[in-house]
Design a protein around this ligand. Structure first.
Ligand SMILES: NC(=O)C1=CN([C@@H]2O[C@H](COP(=O)(O)OP(=O)(O)OC[C@H]3O[C@@H](n4cnc5c(N)ncnc54)[C@H](OP(=O)(O)O)[C@@H]3O)[C@@H](O)[C@H]2O)C=CC1
Ligand SMILES: O=C1O[C@H](COP(=O)(O)O)[C@@H](O)[C@H](O)[C@H]1O
Length: 499
């Protein structure tokens, strides 16, 4: 990564979970690789009355897993300043403004400012309005705002938020994070399609039978029950990450690599996704909620027993569904998606299932391209070959490639890339308002249909791959989910255990 421009980052939510778990380690990795200019400073803000010294201890703790040397750690934390700040208090922005100007001088930051809003979205409008009123954004350099998800809770609230933001920042200075867009293999999707004639020539309803996107998590809701119970899997994962991946798979290849060309392709793909009627939602989407179960020899409580979750909660922890894309390339190809918490293992994968040349419907005989996004990264392609011992029989062969652990250790993490891109002003891997708006229109009808349907939410035991209804959904089309656990590959020597 190149050495970034000078910048002052003002981080709202500096005492929060995201800052500690993701942002400080990502920033440190950029610092260590000298991908940050020497001219950088960070002001962390939140209400807690921390001192700079305490802030430095928190950051040191957050980056401990990166094993910094003492001088590295000391040099890194010396760029961080803490300002106790209530985002609702106008007078606090005056103090913030003075500190920002002081650091701008001290570090020669050319007035470049990045406001990172790692806070609940209900504060976003108020923060940007106050930044403007206090004159903090009136500098010579760039002024950009980075926003964490979720962007609104439906189309209407997202639209309102968008209007508040664009009354302060032009769209090109608004960076909406979808951290999946910073992941190596997601960034690889367009490269894979654009540089392999073998694939792109087959990338349509002529040759593809169905597409499957699975985002499985073994974790439950952990300490985020309060947020999750108000949100559910549909809004937490489908509205953003899954629809982003779907758009990269379904879009027409852009004519260049420009931010605009890629964005226009994604928006066009999302606009072609069919918006369902309530009856179509009932036919094409299912939800589920986990009950107590056993996973990796450990017992887990059901969702309703989790901290901060209502005991009669109807919130879905699992979604499976079928999207239809109404354009010449994809008409007739189901795009199946599923995501859930407390499933059998963590595994984010895309499966492209190709049509068979014969009438054979056995999945084992179909060509399947799998893109492994995490925890391992790579590809596999299943082909048919002649059986060694029988002249007229075929047997499936799997070509498989996974990045090894050494390579993965050197690839930048999602937040690392995205922070660097935001400082550089490259919004290619951030979501534009047009994408967000269309994604909300697609999921709002699903949410509304579910809210009106008071039948019991299907359940699944923790440690399984979701409710029976999710398997029935795909089976109704004569298809099945492709899912080989990593143990399957390890047993066949196709995946090394340390990767
Ligand atoms: N945690 C995660 O894994 C992920 C989080 N996100 C998103 O990131 C954002 C932050 O999440 P997370 O870090 O988990 O949330 P936390 O609840 O851990 O942190 C919230 C932060 O906001 C601060 N805060 C709350 N109220 C105020 C206020 N009135 N004035 C100033 N500061 C305030 C809190 O500090 P204090 O109490 O000291 O004021 C704290 O620093 C959310 O939008 C979330 O959806 C997205 C993906 C993953
Ligand atoms: O955005 C979110 O993503 C995480 C999963 O992210 P990953 O990078 O660990 O795959 C999910 O657990 C969380 O609920 C959701 O808000």
């Amino acid at each position: 990564m190149n050495n970034s421009k000078p910048v002052l980052m003002i981080l709202f939510g500096a005492t929060g979970d995201l800052a500690k778990r993701k942002l400080y380690p990502a920033f440190f990795r950029l610092f260590r690789q000298q991908a940050l200019s020497d001219h950088f400073a960070v002001i962390g803000t939140a209400r807690r009355p921390w001192s700079d010294e305490h802030f430095h201890e928190v950051i040191a703790d957050a980056i401990a897993d990166e094993n910094p040397t003492e001088p590295e750690q000391a040099a890194f934390v010396s760029h961080f300043y803490y300002q106790s700040h209530d985002v609702g208090d106008a007078s606090h922005y005056q103090v913030l403004s003075q500190l920002a100007d002081k650091l701008d001088n001290k570090y020669q930051l050319a007035g470049n400012r990045l406001y990172y809003l790692a806070m609940a979205p209900r504060f976003f409008g108020q923060i940007v309005t106050q930044l403007k009123s206090a004159g903090i954004i009136d500098t010579e350099g760039f002024n950009r705002v980075v926003l964490e998800k979720p962007f609104g809770t439906d189309f209407e609230s997202a639209n309102e938020l968008s209007q508040q933001l664009t009354s302060v920042f032009p769209e090109q200075d608004i960076f909406r994070i979808d951290h999946y867009l910073g992941k190596e293999m997601i960034q690889n999707i367009l490269t894979l399609r654009a540089t392999n004639s073998l694939l792109e020539s087959q990338w349509s309803n002529k040759h593809i039978e169905n597409v499957q996107i699975t985002f499985a998590e073994a974790l439950g809701v952990e300490q985020r029950g309060g947020y999750y119970d108000q949100t559910g899997a549909l809004k937490d994962m489908v509205q953003n990450h899954i629809l982003q991946v779907l758009s990269l798979l379904a879009m027409e290849l852009p004519t260049g690599t420009s931010e605009t060309a890629i964005r226009e392709g994604k928006v066009a793909a999302l606009r072609a996704v069919k918006i369902y009627t309530p009856d179509e939602v009932a036919k094409n989407f299912v939800r589920g909620q986990y009950t107590a179960g056993r996973l990796n020899h450990e017992d887990f409580a059901g969702y309703r027993e989790e901290p901060a979750v209502a005991e009669d909660s109807r919130t879905e922890t699992f979604v499976a569904g079928k999207f239809e894309i109404d354009n010449d390339r994809w008409r007739g190809v189901p795009f199946y998606v599923r995501t859930g918490k407390r499933l059998t293992e963590k595994g984010t994968r895309i499966n492209i299932v190709f049509k068979n040349l014969t009438d054979n419907t056995d999945l084992a005989t179909k060509n399947v391209l799998t893109i492994y996004i995490q925890p391992t990264e790579g590809f596999s392609l299943s082909l048919n070959g002649k059986s060694l011992d029988a002249q007229y029989e075929t047997s499936p062969i799997r070509l498989s490639y996974r990045h090894d652990s050494k390579m993965m250790a050197n690839t930048p993490e999602a937040y690392e890339r995205l922070m660097h891109d935001a400082i550089d002003g490259d919004a290619t891997n951030f979501t534009h308002w047009d994408e967000v708006a269309q994604s909300w229109k697609i999921v709002d009808v699903i949410r509304q249909a579910w809210d009106q349907d008071q039948t019991p939410v299907p359940t699944y035991a923790a440690g399984t791959m979701g409710p029976k209804e999710a398997f029935d959904l795909v089976a109704a089309d004569g298809n099945e989910w492709v899912w080989q656990p990593d143990t399957w590959f390890i047993e066949r020597g196709l995946l090394k255990t340390e990767s």
